[in-house]
Design a protein around this ligand. Sequence first.
Ligand SMILES: [Zn+2]
Length: 66
Amino acid sequence: MSKEIKMKIDQLCLELEQVVTPGMFTLNMEAAQISNKIAALQKQCKHNFVDGQCEFCYRMEGDNNE
Ligand SMILES: [Zn+2]
């Protein structure tokens, strides 16, 4: 389950890179939708924090912005 979440998030991160202009933060509709999908997956993740970051969903430890 956690590995599935990691695979999906890795894929979404690649998609996000492709819609966001490098070096410039542009929050377009597509980027927002992808970010929402990542956030939804992070809520399902049973986090396992390594060095302060979840190894599956990349959520930072202590980040309580639900
Ligand atoms: Zn996680």
